[in-house]
Ligand binder design. Structure first.
Ligand SMILES: [Zn+2]
Length: 68
C-alpha cells in the first residue's frame, strides 16, 4: 500500500509525498498538520514545515493549471 497522506515542499519547489509511518523506524513525536487548512496528517514524524494535505495539494495543482 502506498497511501499518500499529504505533501511536503522542498526548498527547490518540488513536492514529496508524506507516507504512513513504517514499523521498525524511530520517529520523533511531533504532529504533522496541513499548513493551509489545519487538517491532521500524521501523529508522528513531525513537526514538518510547509506540509499540506492531499486535498490542498490537489487544489494547488488546479489553481496552478488555471494560471498557466
Ligand atoms: Zn489541507
Amino acid at each position: 500500500m502506498t497511501d499518500t497522506l499529504g505533501y511536503t515542499k522542498h526548498p527547490d519547489g518540488s513536492w514529496e509525498p508524506i507516507k504512513p509511518l513504517e514499523k521498525g523506524y524511530i520517529y520523533s513525536a511531533g504532529m504533522v498538520t496541513c499548513s493551509r487548512c489545519g487538517k491532521f496528517i500524521r501523529s508522528m514524524g513531525g513537526p514538518m514545515e510547509g506540509c499540506i494535505c492531499v486535498h490542498c495539494y490537489i487544489e494547488d495543482l488546479r489553481a496552478n493549471k488555471e494560471t498557466d
